[in-house]
Design a protein around this ligand. Structure first.
Ligand code: GUN
Length: 290
């Protein structure tokens, strides 16, 4: 049976370290601050933004969630971004995605000051990540690397197969794990919808990262025995419980876990790590500002 990689407890450990660092910074007169902009009322975004605010509070980070109507114009949103860029109380600034379709998401991402870009979405920071000189690392991929580190699973020389080429997970993770440095130096395959025989690729994975956003599509036949499975999926499946849905990963946990040497659960795997790494980036931004 596979080792279950406990993201919840690893994230708790990181959050504790962050709180200690915040205390030290505060005693030096620096109070780390994060501004989060939420446009509209996408239910999943609401949940994420609330979790970010609560996590900041627990860590002693000052944070604000600026909730804006879905009808806001692009110009008005750019003004908001400018306001937080110029406000020294906020060392980190993030705009929760997705944005309403009348707003050019890329334009907003590029308006965030690179030194406050704790999401690591700005092309300046993406470029630095690519050449192995990051200031920030994007939270979810950084959380995945931390999970591997804490589980003593070194990707060096291993074949890492990443399912999904998003700008938030697949592409940046491939850039991070390909670098010639400790806990990287991997051989990477990035899979996407154009792959004809998906199973041929996934079966060749030593470490399989599922980040397609499709519920339970990774099945037992698609993996080799001893594989390490990192499930990034957070999918809502209709259910008769009080919430009306349950969370499912991109991996069929029941089928795949007996074959894996280690696997992340959903929930309680990658998800909690994303928030912990965001806090880390906010503290880093605060340090950089001084
Ligand atoms: N939407 C889904 N994931 C993320 C994230 O990591 N950051 C932001 N800003 N929006 C998201």
């Amino acid at each position: 049976m596979a080792d279950i990689i406990d993201g919840k407890s690893i994230a708790a450990q990181i959050r504790l370290e962050v709180s200690e660092e915040v205390k030290t910074l505060k005693s030096a007169g620096i109070h780390p601050g994060l501004a989060v902009i939420l446009v509209g009322n996408n239910p999943a975004s609401e949940v994420y933004v609330n979790m970010k605010g609560k996590a900041c509070e627990k860590a002693g980070i000052y944070s604000i969630t600026d909730r804006l109507t879905a009808e806001i114009s692009e110009v008005e949103l750019l003004e908001k971004v400018k306001f937080y860029n110029e406000n020294p109380a906020y060392h980190g600034l993030l705009v929760q995605l997705p944005l309403p379709s009348h707003i050019d998401e890329q334009k907003i991402i590029e308006a965030v000051a690179p030194h406050k870009d704790v999401d690591c979405f700005h092309p300046y920071n993406v470029g630095r990540l690519m050449i192995g000189q990051p200031i920030f690392e994007p939270a979810t991929p950084a959380g995945i690397v931390e999970l591997l580190k804490h589980s003593k699973i070194d990707p060096a020389g291993k074949h890492v197969v990443i399912m999904g080429r998003s700008n938030i997970v697949g592409k940046p993770l491939s850039m991070m794990l390909v670098q010639k440095r400790p806990f990287a130096n991997a051989i990477i395959t990035v899979l996407h919808t154009a792959a004809k025989n998906m199973d041929d690729y996934t079966r060749a994975a030593d470490i399989l990262v599922a980040a397609m956003g499709k519920p339970e599509v990774v099945k037992a036949r698609m993996v080799k025995k001893g594989v390490v499975v990192i499930d990034v999926g957070v999918n809502r499946i209709p259910d008769n419980n009080e919430k009306g849905y349950r969370l499912a990963g991109d991996v069929d946990f029941q089928e795949v876990s007996p074959l894996a040497s280690a696997i992340t659960p959903v929930p309680g795997g990658v998800g909690p790590m994303t928030i912990a790494m965001l806090l880390k980036n906010t503290v880093k931004a605060a340090k950089l500002s001084n």
